[in-house]
Ligand binder design. Sequence first.
Ligand SMILES: [Zn+2]
Ligand SMILES: [Zn+2]
Length: 149
Amino acid sequence: MAAAGQRRRRAADPEKTKREKREYYWKNRDKIVEQNKAWRARNPDVMYAAAQRWKKAHPDKEKMYSRAAHVKRKAAKLGTQHPVATLDEILTLEQRCQACGSDAEHLDHIWPLARGGCSALHNLQWLCEHCNCSKGAKTMDEWLGSAAT
Ligand SMILES: [Zn+2]
Ligand SMILES: [Zn+2]
C-alpha cells in the first residue's frame, strides 16, 4: 500500500519539481540575475573560456547563427529601441531551460516579440522545447498563472 502510494507520488514528481523550480526562479529572478551579472563581471576570463568551450563543443553552431539572424530579421521588421543581442552576448546566457532546468534549444523572448518585446540580451532566455511551446506568446507572469491552474 505505502510503496504503491510512494511510486505514484514519485511518478507525479517531475512536473511538480519543474513547477517549483520555475516558481523559485521567477520569484528570485532579479536577485539571481544580479548575482549572475556580478559573477560574470568578476570573471570575464571564465566567461570567455566558457564561450570558447561551448563553441568547440557545438560544431553545429550554424543553427545558433541562423537563430540569431532570424531574431535580428524579426526585430528589424518590427523595429526595436534596444540593440539586438550579438551571438557572443547570447553565448553568455546560461544555456539551460530557465524555467525547468532541462537542456534548452529555444531562445525565448521573455516579453514576447509579437507584443513588442525587444531582442536585446535583457529580453532573451533559453527555454527547452516543452516550456517554450507551452509559453508561446505569453509573458512569464501569464504563463506561470495559466500553468498553476
Ligand atoms: Zn529592451
Ligand atoms: Zn523547460
